[in-house]
Design a binder for this molecule. Sequence first.
Ligand SMILES: Cc1ncc(COP(=O)(O)O)c(C=O)c1O
Length: 390
Amino acid sequence: MSNGDVDSLFASHPTWMELDAHALHHNLAQIRKRINPEVKVIASVKANGYGHGIMPVCKILQEAGVDMLTTGSFYDAKALRNANINIPIIMLGGSLPSGMLELIEANLIPTIYNMEAANAANAAADSLHSDKKIPLFVKVDCGMGRLGVSLNNAVAFIERVSKLKNIWIQGLYTHLSFKNESGMEFAEKRLSLFYNLVSELAKLGYEIPITQALASSAITVRWKDQCSAICPGHILFGLPSVNSSLGEIKEFLPVCKNIKTRVIHIADHENGPAIGTGGYHINRSFSRTCVVPFGLNDGNRSSLNGKKPVVLFKGARLAVLGVSLEHLTLEIPDDTEINLGDTITIIGQSGDECIDMSEYSSWFNTSELETMLTLSSRMPIVVINKDEAV
Ligand SMILES: Cc1ncc(COP(=O)(O)O)c(C=O)c1O
């Protein structure tokens, strides 16, 4: 679908997100350039594909040939299986041991980090009378302090799990994300402990085919790796995971290309309402306003700390007067011709002007990722630039 075609959609609630298939292919190609050809790419599609819509994102990623997907959401994973996304899906967690049967039945690869889950997976595999052992991934906590078997207990844990008859350890991974210099230093030290663990296990005869530790932060700062897979999330979608002082991600394109809406009402207030009446008009300098259906219910927010949000119309910035439950009210300068149904860009490029995710997020003191998560669950997502995929 071309960008022009999209603008005429959704007349009954004309606010939508445009997901750029070309950008997703491009970002994956950029990531592949940074690794050896035999290294597997496990695409992290946590949280509804980092807010970009699990279904369109995974269809594009499958087409682009990622090796595996990973998410923490059983519902997202199940929806993918129902939609014929057939590549292996690793579940990053999010389940109780008693959920193992459901995960395995849905052809998902559970992550385990305690014996309760290992035993439950083994019993579930047994109950399915499969002639093949069921693959599992083991997560090690190397210091992030979230999920995972602790480094100190990892060898003993793997020894015990390896004795179970109906399952096998296909993968071993850890997560070491960082944003700033001190975080990077810490992660670098902890990464070497993960490598030591992999070597120790190999010496003991436990050759685990897939090992993975690097995600967006480490890929951004171009760490060399010893593992057989990487697991990027943020940069796949063109979102930064580190502060700009540590590394830029200019080669990566935003996959959420645009958020757009259309004018549903234009009003000329002439000299009224008086300053101070009607919350939307206190800061009004021009007589005309227009309204677009991009309210709090669409994921929009009220700005904080006196910041002044704007939108784009035909390459110019229009001031936001106020946001309410369902609507956003804008001010129209005297020299601007605007009509019912005209397209307004909330995020994206319009003429020579651009509001990127970073500028938009700064008005609400939030991160690009949090912006994406808030917006995308509320609006239709349209895939654009499918034909330009690299
Ligand atoms: C275990 C694991 N690996 C990889 C990722 C991807 O991280 P990033 O989005 O920083 O690339 C995540 C995301 O939280 C994760 O939990």
